[in-house]
Design a protein around this ligand. Sequence first.
Ligand SMILES: *Cc1c(COP(=O)(O)O)cnc(C)c1O
Length: 464
Amino acid sequence: MSAARRTKASPDPELRRLPAVEKLLETPELTPQISLYSRPLVTAAARSVLAELRAGIKKGLPPASDIPKLIVSHLRRDWPGFMSPVINATGVILHTNLGRAPISVKALEAICWLGGAYMNLESDLAEGGRGQRTGDLRRLICTLTGAEDAVIVNNNAAAVLLTLVALGHGGEAIVSRGELVQIGGGFRVPEIMEQSGVSLREVGTTNRTTLKDYTKALSDRTALILKVHRSNFVQKGFTGETSLTELAGLATQYQLPLIYDMGSGAVLDTADFGLEPEPTVQDALRGGADVVCFSGDKLLGGPQAGIAAGKKEYIAPLLEHPFLRVVRLDKLSAAALVATVKSYLDGRAAAEIPVWRMMALAETKIKSRAGAVARRLKSNGIAAEVIKGISMAGGGTLPEQGLPTWLVSVTPHSSAESLARKLRLSEPPLFARIENNAVLLDMRTVFPEQDALLAPLIAAALEG
Ligand SMILES: *Cc1c(COP(=O)(O)O)cnc(C)c1O
């Protein structure tokens, strides 16, 4: 820069107090940001913050020590969806917005062990030629569920779509009007059916569908019968659905496949965890479903995946369908799923799989952890109470069923919304619940090693 320019551009001596970008990037507060976002993104944020400060120079500069903080909040604003771990104190175990099931340590180890190496993903060790992708994983799923065969794809929506395309294309699928559901963001059963080239033959009414309704709808165009688990809502009052057993009888009589989209697909009995019994995948297959579709990252507690398990004759067309290539499972998820299934086979699911560990947490344990957080808050002069509450399974499972839990309740002088927002924007982000202008933290979904972080995060958010 020429001397003439410099004198012209720097009339304000205050400006010289602004640190250089290079110096800023060396501050310890920005080191973790560089490893999270990468150096160019942090550099760009630092430049933007410095430019804003220069532009607002008349209002004066903040202390130099505050500038890294401004850069951190600029990064958060500019990259609001940048992936980073968060603390889930919402009490919703399968929180779709927070990544659904956290996977087990064994599943993580499997990803490390296999993901960084070459592996026999599609290679036959004995013959050296091309083998079947996820062939042994399919057998493991069969061992776990009692199915004759299985197909594993990218997610359950894909498993349902593949099943419909392969078994029903050009024909009709009979489905109850009470089961034409929307699951979370955009998975609508009727729209999926439309895409699959299967026409929908809706039967019954919203609240009641009988076996006769299904029977009346049968024609030579019928390709399959579809049952969808009402996973995210309950119907009360004058309601009735046709049981799986009744449908299985009808399907057998007319030699049609009975497809059951279970959504969550528990393989452990939820009743053993103090919850209402959900039908398990094993029950559904024993009860006569020909193909059962379920997610890998709901109650199974594994990676994102979709599983269609059932009779060989109905799984075979899925395995041969060209669409399978479009929705196939990736190798990292396959590695994690193998490890997850092994935890079940070893009878160690409740100990090893985070989703089930959280379900099984004793109330007394939760209460004492909540008490410890509340005491720490009080010693910081923050009023906090430990109150009774309810945790939810979430993820479209057990919609009205809660697990008794204990919450840390903090009522801020300002609004609970604003405190909750500050907590979400803290480092690490903390997600809580709001009720009656109180911020509630459910310890059930907090990993015990995160407990010590809660009080300092709340104290900082109340101050800032
Ligand atoms: C969750 C759910 C799906 C979708 O599963 P993804 O794994 O999210 O694709 C489909 N059907 C039902 C009944 C569900 O509950």
